[in-house]
Ligand binder design. Structure first.
Ligand SMILES: [Zn+2]
Length: 334
């Protein structure tokens, strides 16, 4: 399996310094290969000796990055469906998150219903419904085909997305969404015009996340909010499975954040972290077992890849010790 297919385009690796502090000195902590698409070679994950940020090094050059995402890359193929929130979720968004989807209930009703609403709004799949504020303008960075953009537009936001993949952008636009092709920095969106910017599983793919965070800061109005979700490099799963952990996704993931190094990055880029959540991702654990089953041919891994119970249990252990597979952070532009 290792070193399988020849790359379709240009393929070159280069040494890069730490994106946070610029230091070059780093220790190799893990070595793996491309388990998803079989690009040739071994890839090192190193940890900066100065600030502790982990990165893939060497990593694909900017020109080679497109090669790391073959046409079959899943997120670039899914057609977005814009489904508006309904039922109790819709009611909770109107009353406790200020969504412009209806009239708010009387104060007493809102006070009485609050505990149930908070339970409903705390679910992982619902956390993306960020509180509605300002003029309701939102940008999803690295939006792929625009699944989240469509969802937020249907919930009342003036939502837009931006992605580098022409194919993904085309699919998003066909679905009627506002999707910009490109990346940040490098796109002439109006400065200080967004209330919220989101990055769902995209920051780890960037060759220079610090430059992107600074560009996003320029697009947000003062006090605007940034939401970032990414794999947690020091999760229990990463410790248990090493380079086989699905959240590592070498060589597409270039920076590997912990909650501490993500906070450090955000503060240096001019943000203040408001809140962090530990997100369970049983799917990461099942896919990790799936990759191990493909690689080693053991029946037990194949069985574990299909066991929702085991993945759920391991995810729960991660939640108890706050070392889940994924981090979600909300930060304010300062
Ligand atoms: Zn560093």
């Amino acid at each position: 399996m290792n070193g399988g297919t020849e790359p379709e385009g240009s393929w070159r690796l280069q040494d890069v310094p730490c994106d946070c502090c610029g230091a070059e000195a780093a220790d190799v902590v893990c070595t793996g290969f491309d388990r998803l698409h079989g690009l040739p070679g071994q890839f090192n994950v190193v940890v900066c000796c100065e600030c502790g940020l982990a990165r893939t090094n060497p990593q694909p050059t900017t020109e080679s990055l497109a090669t790391a995402y073959p046409k079959s890359y899943g997120p670039h193929q899914a057609r977005p469906r814009a489904v508006a929130p309904v039922g109790f979720l819709r009611w909770a968004l109107v009353n406790y998150r200020n969504y412009p989807l209806g009239k708010q209930a009387p104060v007493l009703v809102r006070w009485l219903m609050r505990p149930w609403a908070m339970l409903a709004l705390r679910r992982r799949r619902v956390l993306g419904y960020v509180p509605y504020e300002g003029s309701g303008r939102l940008l999803d960075f690295g939006c792929a085909t625009g699944k989240y953009v469509g969802r937020m537009a249907a919930a009342g936001w003036e939502a837009e997305g931006i992605d580098l993949s022409p194919e993904a952008v085309r699919l998003g636009r066909e679905a009627g969404l506002v999707i910009h092709e490109g990346t940040l920095p490098g796109t002439d969106l109006e400065a200080e015009s967004f209330d919220v910017v989101s990055m769902w599983a995209s920051i780890e793919h960037l060759p220079g996340p610090m430059a992107t965070l600074k560009a996003i800061r320029g697009l947000l109005r003062p006090g605007g909010r940034l939401l970032i979700a990414c794999p947690r490099f020091n999760s229990l799963s990463a410790k248990w499975f090493g380079s086989a952990w699905y959240g590592l996704d070498l060589p597409r993931h270039l920076t590997h954040f912990t909650q501490a190094t993500l906070r450090q990055h955000l503060e240096k880029a001019g943000f203040q972290v408001e809140r962090a959540w530990s997100l369970r991702r049983p799917g990461f654990i099942r896919r990790t077992f799936g990759q191990l089953a493909d690689e080693r041919g053991r029946v037990i891994h194949g069985w574990l890849a299909h066991s929702r119970f085991i993945a759920g249990l391991l995810g729960l252990i991660g939640l108890v010790v706050r070392r889940t597979d994924e981090i979600l952070v909300a930060a304010r532009r300062i």
